[in-house]
Design a protein around this ligand. Structure first.
Ligand code: FAD
Length: 475
């Protein structure tokens, strides 16, 4: 029997399988496509995802292939500088195409021993008290203890489970493609800047060598959104707004996307869970979908591994839904708001001007940027210290950096007193006695996802918290 089957080899599925593998869990990834896609959707990682990569030792690989951009201007494209002293060691956006992110995540997963089975489509599932039987398109079956649907917005797993996906359907659609333009770069830039003043869903991002990522609103909504537009369709829509199609030719790929916004009612049904786009979809405004999926995987991985390995305390796996569902609901809300602010209608334009003025207040600007960068998230662990439930930023220690000690995905007690002990949990929690000039608390207990589970200095208080997250002690 397989431990966990991960359906879908996008960023969420591959990240999840790696997290499970860190804990020795056998979690093959089933991916229906035979080859990786050439279509580039996401263009970057926000601060929290960069931290996630740092916490797993992947930062250098990502930095080497990405470009760092200022964080300001990401909320609805409103051009304001990011506030100073953001609570992260990575106060920037890392521009990196989704195809590169996926390649790096697959490389990491493969190094950990994750098996990615391409050309392998899940078409059916049934579950009982002991496991899940997965049916594949070739008629064969696999049996596992758990199944996670990371199979994207049109998730087969979610549909087979019958989980509701309430929200709004696609009402507007955009066409997107990577094409070559014959018009000189200065002309393209000038025309785009002029049109962007009134039509924010329009643009041409230069990718080098005359290749651009060209996007424009579609005429209506396609009957089948999986059918890509033709080059002529894209050129026609570009001409409507810009008066020219810039001589677009030789498309690398063409695609369409809409503004459907939906959230799964439940992230877990028995032994089957949902993560990433399978659980939530929204338009790309603010650039959060891929980030959200990676962070779902980061939250779920260690909890599901604990369940498989037999030490999960009661309720740990269900905390995946109770922690991540509200985060996605908030992202959907913020995305809806940003999409409105990008409308060319006079009402939304007036609200945009007002929000822009409000963002001159440092606190408002900080609040919005922290939302986009996902560094303001606080899970509800009850009353307590301000750090409780938040992820801890990377801090310097005498022996190096905190995140450098978290690559194995285990819990961590950072003990500045030297008087505490995690005996009984040493197989799950590392005990680091060190000091940080950036941290003015005696000790913090971090979950494997870097969120603060406890703050204090009293051993009895620590002993009362360890079982909540790490189960019963072993003697
Ligand atoms: C135009 C555009 C721009 C975007 N820009 C950004 C951005 O800047 N920042 C950002 O964070 N996000 C962005 N996004 C969103 C981002 O692309 C998605 O949120 C992200 O890809 C979700 O990852 P995922 O792994 O959950 O799902 P997916 O990437 O959709 O992966 C799902 C995988 O499952 C496979 N699959 C499907 N069904 C089955 C099955 N039955 N059996 C086996 N395999 C199956 C699919 O082939 C696919 O590989 C953008 C999206 C679009 C459309």
């Amino acid at each position: 029997m397989i431990d966990v089957i991960v359906a879908g080899g996008g960023p969420t599925g591959v990240m999840l399988a790696s997290e499970l593998r860190l804990h020795g869990v056998h979690a093959p990834v089933l991916e229906k496509e035979a080859e990786p896609t050439r279509i580039v959707r996401a263009l970057g990682l926000h601060a929290r995802s960069i931290e996630v990569m740092d916490q797993r030792g992947l930062l250098e690989r990502f930095l080497a292939l990405g470009t760092q951009y200022p964080l300001g201007g990401f909320f609805a494209g409103i051009p304001k500088p990011a506030p100073e002293r953001l609570d992260t060691a990575h106060p920037y956006v890392l521009g990196i195409p989704q195809t590169t992110t996926e390649r790096l995540l697959i490389e990491h997963a493969t190094q950990l021993g994750v098996e990615i089975r391409r050309g392998c489509e899940l078409v059916g599932l049934r579950q009982d008290d002991h496991g899940v039987t997965v049916e594949l398109a070739d008629g064969s079956e696999l049996r596992s203890r758990y199944l996670v649907g990371c199979d994207g917005g049109r998730s087969t797993v979610r549909k087979l489970l019958g989980v509701g996906f309430p929200g709004e359907p696609t009402r507007r659609e955009w066409l997107l493609g990577e094409v070559e333009l014959t018009a000189p770069p200065e002309t393209v830039a000038a025309v785009i800047a002029e049109v962007y003043k009134t039509h924010k869903g329009f643009g041409a991002v230069p990718l080098g060598d005359g290749v651009y990522r060209l996007g424009a609103p579609a005429e209506g909504v396609a009957e089948d959104p999986t059918v890509p537009p033709t080059l002529d369709e894209l050129k026609q829509q570009v001409r409507k707004l810009a008066g020219t199609d810039f001589g677009a030719h030789s498309p690398r790929w063409l695609s369409r996307f809409g503004d459907a916004t939906r959230l799964a009612e439940r992230y877990r049904v028995g032994r089957v869970l949902l993560a990433g786009d399978a659980a939530h979809i929204h338009p790309p405004t603010g650039g959060q979908g891929l980030n959200l999926g990676i962070q779902d995987a980061f939250n779920l991985g260690w909890k599901l591994a604990a369940e498989v390995n037999g030490w999960a305390p009661a309720g740990l796996l269900d905390s995946y839904h109770s922690e991540r569902h509200p985060v996605a609901a908030d992202v959907l809300n913020t995305t809806r708001a940003q999409t409105e602010l990008l409308s060319a209608e006079p009402g939304p334009q007036a609200v945009r001007r007002l929000v822009s003025e409000l963002m001159d207040f440092e606190e408002v600007n900080r609040y919005l940027i922290e939302k986009i960068a996902a560094i303001g998230i606080r899970y509800d662990f009850g009353e307590g210290h301000d750090l409780l439930g938040r992820r801890l930023r990377d801090v310097g220690l005498k022996r190096g950096r905190l995140y450098g000690l978290m690559h194995g995905g285990r819990g961590l007690l950072l003990d500045q007193t030297g008087r505490l002990s995690v005996a009984g949990w040493a197989d799950r929690v590392d005990h680091v006695v060190d000091v940080s000039e950036e941290l003015d608390v005696p000790a913090v207990l971090l979950r494997p996802d870097g969120h603060v589970a406890w703050v204090g200095e009293d051993q009895q208080a620590l002993l009362s918290q360890l079982p909540t997250w790490f189960g019963a002690p072993v003697n």
